[in-house]
Design a protein around this ligand. Structure first.
Ligand code: FAD
Length: 396
């Protein structure tokens, strides 16, 4: 195979992790080609359910900075990766020989495969254009149903309520955000949403949608019907491993690309970073973990880039996540608690400023900080050190 051109560092996927890798490599003067299949240059996704949806943030303000001297191909998919020959084939059929590569292909929304799923007015949120089309579609709408009780469904419901819509969140779990933060914090978030007029329907499963051409109602398994002019579906994502699978890379138990602690995949010279990356986490005693947060994707992009330059460093950064429910409340979270057997609350749930510490046999696994209580740094440090803390040491 004779390639059309050669680059030192190839980055597949021009999203959060890809952009961070490109920035890091260029800062060291390295030669980079960043290839992404979207129409837009790399941008922040969090505003899609927040400011961009509400119209308080512009499209321009979502674009990542610091990429001016990065060679970027938009609207271009990498179709194949011959990891033995180190050659990538682009959609244009152009072949690129690379020194090393990073897969930063992100994740795809999980689609609801229910009756009526093809009706107009049903939205998924991943790309910039999704926020724009939801915003314009919701203009005339009165009632919105958000399916899914994780941050996408809750944030969208808060934003759309702030825009004057009557919103219902419907989910399998009993409480919103319960899967990540437990039932106690989830119940507090339910109270926050309800106090601003959001209807929260827990322990409910969607059977399908009814309407002529456009959705008119969401049908639940128990026979209930929720009127809807617009529906937002936020039922999780699946790591985008299409290219990785086709290229013969090893995949892991969470469905991501399996990597070691240095973010190396099973193919020599190929790294992975971001939502697609399932890495052996030093913070989890080597257990393979996949995290879907913006800051984590950026930090992993940077680690992968440094390793592409020969650093051979383990990815040790404690994951960080934030979310805003309109201007009603904000949360931040450090760590990634896979399992925990104790929750310790610091501050006051009643006053709405608190933290929840998630402990596994006393070891701090994660900390949720609501409305800026100020426990994040202490929590991060404890997680980094693998510290075991008692309730009195936390609340002290
Ligand atoms: C609506 C929304 C709100 C969010 N809000 C928050 C938040 O408040 N806080 C937070 O911490 N996180 C938030 N996140 C999560 C965060 O945005 C993601 O974790 C982060 O974008 C992951 O970065 P990534 O680079 O792994 O993937 P992405 O940013 O998805 O980038 C992957 C890119 O690769 C491209 N690609 C895939 N395959 C190919 C191929 N073969 N060839 C070329 N290109 C390819 C894709 O098109 C995509 O552009 C939110 C996500 C969404 C969708």
């Amino acid at each position: 195979m004779s390639a059309t051109r050669r680059v030192e560092h190839l980055i597949v996927g021009a999203g959060t992790a890809g952009a961070a890798a490109a920035r890091t490599l260029r800062a060291e003067g390295a030669e980079v080609l960043l290839v992404g299949r979207e129409l837009d240059r790399p941008y922040h996704r969090p505003p899609i359910t927040k400011g961009l949806l509400q119209g308080t943030e512009s499209r321009e303000s979502t674009f990542f900075e610091g990429l001016d001297d990065v060679e970027l191909l938009t609207r271009t998919s990498v179709m194949a990766l011959d990891t033995a020959a180190r050659v990538a084939t682009l959609q244009s059929k152009e072949e690129i020989e690379y020194g090393n590569a990073v897969l930063a292909t992100g994740a795809m929304v999980r689609r609801l495969n229910a009756e009526g799923a093809q009706l107009e007015g049903i939205h998924y949120l991943r790309a910039l254009a999704n926020a724009e089309s939801l915003r314009s579609d919701a203009e005339e709408a009165e009632r919105v149903v958000c399916i899914g009780g994780s941050y996408i469904g809750c944030e969208a419901a808060a934003s759309l309520t702030a825009m004057g819509k009557r919103c219902t969140v419907v989910m399998l779990e009993a409480e919103p955000l319960e899967r990540g933060f437990g039932a106690r914090a989830g119940n507090w978030f339910r109270g926050l949403l309800e106090s601003h007029g959001v209807e929260v329907v827990g322990e409910a499963s969607v059977q399908g949608f009814t309407g002529a051409e456009r959705v008119e109602a969401v049908q639940l398994d128990d026979g209930r019907s929720l009127q809807a002019d617009v529906v937002v579906v936020g039922v999780g994502v699946l790591p985008d491993v299409m290219l990785a699978r086709k290229s013969g890379l090893e995949l892991g138990d969470t469905g991501g690309v399996r990597c070691d602690a240095q973010l190396r995949t099973s193919a020599e010279g190929v790294y992975a970073a971001g939502d697609v990356c399932e890495y052996a986490s030093v913070l989890h005693d080597g257990r393979h973990v996949r995290v879907e947060h913006e800051d984590h994707a950026e930090r992993q992009g940077e680690t992968a880039a440094r390793n592409m330059l020969g650093a051979a460093e383990e990815h040790r950064t404690v994951p960080y996540f934030f979310s805003d429910l309109a201007d009603w409340g904000s949360l931040e979270y450090v760590g990634a608690a896979l399992d925990w057997d104790e929750e310790v609350v610091n501050g006051s749930l009643d006053e709405g400023r608190f933290s929840v510490w998630y402990l596994d046999s006393g070891r701090v696994r994660a900390v949720l900080d609501v409305n800026g209580l100020g426990d994040l740094d202490r929590g991060r440090e404890a997680i980094e050190q693998g510290a075991r803390l008692t309730r009195s040491e936390i609340v002290g």
